[in-house]
Design a protein around this ligand. Structure first.
Ligand code: ADP
Length: 488
């Protein structure tokens, strides 16, 4: 099976969140399962600055964008040990900028940047000698691809018979733009209607993908149910409910090579479930040094790593720390970047509790690994969470997650209670209400469990032994692709 993966970010090239982890690892997992994969991403400045083996190709072509025809130059990269091929779409006007989408505010021409990218990806695929069976698109940035394939590229043999699959990583980001951006797409105005590309007078790129794709997936079964209702569907619940027989939830895997406490350049001492205490101690010494402290803290380390966005329940974390830091039961470490207000609130909290709360504002992949390795407990108090990777990384590094029971967190974390302990399936602590007291209660249960060394060791060993690799999820995707291909 030949699969084209189209995504706006992918590790190790460019990353703002979990989408990059998925788009980086899934193509390789599919290759291991016998597929041939081609990944297409934009050639961002930061991707080109990483010293990866990216090379020019002879391929360059004009892409119609409204009345203009900007040129897409195609670059290619073959990573060491990688089986799939990677193409990068270069156009310096669009992608030679800081960051990916613009920060703190989105770039004003993001509609044009991703209309160009989506069309260029399909033109590139259409120019290949062999045809694709599946075109797999991720999130709003690639939402136009299924529409282009059906409406404008039907006569291009390499993509004409492909089936398109649209994966939703987050319903809250839909790529909504003013209606006149429709002119840039080159798609006929007749499709700007409430059943296809329009959403309350605006152009909605995610909706476009959901309407035109042959199959839809999202990143966990629980989230697949949540988005067919309000508020999870963020206004598109009707579109999804109408196509629910085509919607599947597949939990993300994790890249077990990139996230491996047994072999991780970001942590000082390799460890496994058998010597996790030694590994964690070494990581805490290194983390203390990074935080400018002479020695590591002896208390349990409670960590939060994530985007500082409303979705992630950051205000619960701020409230929780304010309520609990005074008790001295734990040492809190937060790593994140995003909303300025949250950044400042966290920094103020850290200043109020010196020695007990450390806040690092920034995006630092290496530090994220070190924090997970050092942590005993990882907080994921999200208001909603399509899948969530942080809790899966926590498992792998022997940190026990405390999570809100929503979306993919429901599908991956089993609350600890006498029954789940007896069955050997307990893997974390969950709470329901979006309320700092509920989080505090769940964390309190986790800290009580931490004080029971035998119980804690059992929990840590169990979570570290779990297999959340792409092996399983990759198989689910292959099965879904096969089902989609077999449908008329
Ligand atoms: P989302 O995609 O919604 O941001 P996920 O849990 O799926 O959430 O994935 C988040 C990914 O981004 C993880 O790999 C996490 O380690 C990483 N990450 C988030 N914030 C930071 C940060 N400030 N520094 C380093 N890595 C981060």
């Amino acid at each position: 099976m030949r699969v084209l993966e189209v995504a706006s970010e992918a590790t190790p090239f460019a990353k703002t969140g979990g989408l990059a982890d998925v788009a980086g690892a899934l193509p390789e997992a599919l290759c291991r399962l016998g597929c041939e994969t081609t990944l297409v991403i934009p050639a961002y400045r930061e991707a080109l600055a990483k010293g990866l083996p990216i090379e020019p190709t002879d391929l360059a072509f004009e892409v119609p964008i409204g009345t203009r025809r900007p040129v897409a130059r195609i670059l290619k990269c073959r990573l060491p040990d990688a089986r799939g091929e990677v193409f990068l779409v270069a156009n310096d006007d669009y992608y030679d900028r800081p960051g990916l989408y613009g920060s703190p505010d989105d770039y004003p021409d993001n509609a044009e940047r991703y209309i160009f990218f989506s069309r260029a990806a399909l033109e590139l695929a259409g120019r290949q000698a062999t045809s694709f069976d599946i075109i797999h698109c991720h999130d709003w940035q690639t939402g136009l691809v299924p529409a282009y394939q059906k409406l404008l590229y039907k006569s291009w043999p390499a993509v004409a018979n492909a089936k398109t699959v649209m994966t939703i990583h987050n319903m809250a980001y839909q790529g909504m733009f003013w209606q006149w951006d429709m002119l840039l797409t080159g798609i006929d105005w007749q499709h700007f209607n409430w059943e296809q590309m329009e959403f309350y007078g605006q152009l909605n790129l995610l909706k476009t993908g959901l309407v035109f794709a042959d199959a839809i997936t999202t990143v966990s079964p629980t989230y697949a149910r949540e988005i067919q209702q309000s508020p999870g569907g963020c206004g598109l619940e009707g579109v999804l409910a109408a196509r629910s027989e085509l919607l599947t939830g597949i939990v993300n895997g994790i890249d077990t090579q990139a996230w491996d406490p047994g072999n991780d350049p970001h942590i000082p001492r390799a460890y496994s479930e058998h010597d996790v205490d030694l590994g964690k101690y070494a990581a805490r010494v290194a983390l203390a040094a990074r935080l400018g402290r002479a020695a590591p803290d002896a208390r349990p380390l409670v960590a939060f790593v994530g985007r500082l966005a409303e979705q992630k329940g950051v205000e619960l974390v701020v409230e929780l720390i304010s309520r609990m830091a005074g008790s001295g039961r734990a040492h809190f470490v937060v790593l994140g970047t995003g909303n300025r207000w949250y950044e400042e609130a966290l920094q103020r909290t850290a200043a109020s509790f010196p020695g007990t709360v450390d806040v690092v504002i920034g995006f630092d992949e290496g530090l994220a690994h070190l924090v997970q390795a050092a942590a005993d407990i990882t907080l994921v108090p999200s208001r909603f969470e399509p899948c969530g990777l942080t809790q899966l990384y926590a498992f792998r590094y022997g940190s026990i997650p405390v999570v809100r029971a929503t979306g993919g967190l429901v599908d991956t974390v089993v609350d600890t209670n006498p029954d789940t302990l007896a069955r050997g399936v307990a893997s974390g602590f969950t709470f329901d209400a979006i309320d700092p007291m509920a989080l505090e209660h769940a964390l309190g249960r986790a800290l009580d469990a931490h004080a029971d060394r035998e119980l804690w060791t059992r929990l840590v060993r169990h979570v570290m032994r779990q297999d959340w690799s792409w092996e399983h999820s990759g198989r689910d995707y292959v099965r879904l692709f096969e089902r989609t291909l077999s449908r008329p």
